[in-house]
Design a protein around this ligand. Structure first.
Ligand code: KG4
Ligand code: ZN
Length: 344
């Protein structure tokens, strides 16, 4: 059995995990850095310091809870990008040092690949499949022929979908992160209350655009005399509904494009923090063009950032004998993108 120890520190979650090669999580700790809440967004410098402090506490705790020692670990993994450089350096330097200390391999892992592989924790993914990555920093559609074989079909040209949830929540004076707050307020709201734009609706590509919706919400907010609870609920519902409509429109377009090229897909996986949104899940389930496919998600607590998904990617590379970068060539990279090896 191969055991991986992993660290995720790309944004404001500090997480460590110990995972075996069957995908069983022997222990995982995810700590959300509450310190950013009062700023309404992540402050990079504060995040790096908090990662360092939290890791010093949760690494020994994780080993203790898993009843394991450092010497039991076969490979070490850490997120090396994309993300905030300070956090990436803290996490990857600690994981690398642990690997050097006991002479074991270190795998730098792409955060996005972690999200893409996260549904394998609770599903047997069939290939080829379509993966819709919905996070605070990215909104992308991938065609995945097999693990390590990714083709990017489309992405946002401006804000990421999670970012737009966070920005609209801020405009409505809701707390950070905005996604879960908007979802909560939307439950009691009227989704027809405000007519928001649908950017790139008729563009025949798989790209998204969200910044215009945020601007439209801002204009409506500015023209309100009073921001009542009812206004917040109706706006949250209208916004969330529009976002879901946009995501569904692009998934339908992608399915049609693949069909036209006679490419069959088995599953559609929805990953990243926004995949936790229950209204989105229900709408996908009720859509006749999409629910023909097996729609898969990671476990809900693994939709957001976590170290277990980083270990999964490291374990997969180890299994396929993909050599890790030489330790001393490795660089954390805030703008790292997935190496596209795939084709349609
Ligand atoms: O994947 P993630 O944890 O971090 C990044 O890699 O960015 O995603 C975080 C994003 C935040 O923007 C947050 O507001 C959003 O996911 N999010 C949600 C929900 N839970 C988290 N958005 C909509 N509905 C939710 N329930
Ligand atoms: Zn993420």
């Amino acid at each position: 059995m191969t055991l991986a120890f992993s660290i995720e520190t790309s944004c404001d979650e500090t997480s460590v995990a110990i995972v075996d090669d069957k995908g069983k999580i022997l222990n995982q700790i995810i700590e959300n850095q509450q310190v950013h809440n009062k700023f309404g967004g992540v402050v990079p410098e504060i995040a790096s310091r908090a990662h360092l402090q939290i890791l010093q506490r949760i690494i020994p705790l994780s080993f203790k809870r898993a009843k394991l020692n450092l010497n039991d670990i076969d490979i070490f993994c850490a997120t090396c990008g994309p993300g905030l450089i300070g956090g990436l350096l803290v996490g990857s330097t600690i994981a690398k040092s642990m690997a050097v200390g006991i002479n074991k391999p270190f795998y730098p892992v792409n955060h996005l690949e972690g999200h893409l592989m996260s549904p394998t924790l609770n599903n047997i993914l069939k290939f080829p499949n379509l993966s819709i990555l919905l996070t605070g920093g990215h909104t992308q559609i991938y065609f995945i022929k097999k693990p390590n074989d990714y083709k990017l079909l489309g992405e946002t040209v401006d804000d990421a979908v999670g970012e737009s949830f966070d920005k609209v929540a801020k405009l409505l004076s809701l707390s950070y992160p905005g996604g879960p707050e908007i979802e909560k307020f939307a439950q009691n709201g009227n989704f027809n209350a405000y007519d928001l734009p649908h950017p790139l609706k008729n563009k025949n590509n798989m790209n998204f655009s969200f910044s215009g919706i945020k601007t439209a919400v801002n204009l409506i907010v500015k023209n309100q005399n009073k921001i009542t609870q009812k206004f917040k609920e109706d706006m949250a519902a209208s916004f969330q509904n529009k976002i879901i409509e946009i995501i569904i429109n692009k998934i339908e377009r992608t399915i049609k494009m693949l069909k036209n090229k006679n490419i069959n897909i088995a599953d559609i996986s929805i990953v990243g923090g926004v995949a936790a949104n229950k209204a989105l899940r229900n709408s996908l389930l009720n859509n006749d063009k999409i629910n023909k496919y097996n729609i898969v998600y990671p476990p809900i607590e693994i939709c957001g950032d976590n170290a277990a998904m980083i270990a999964l990617v490291g374990l997969q590379k180890y299994k396929h004998k993909i050599k890790p970068d030489h330790l001393f060539n490795f660089k954390a990279n805030p703008r790292l993108s997935i190496i596209e090896s795939g084709s349609l």
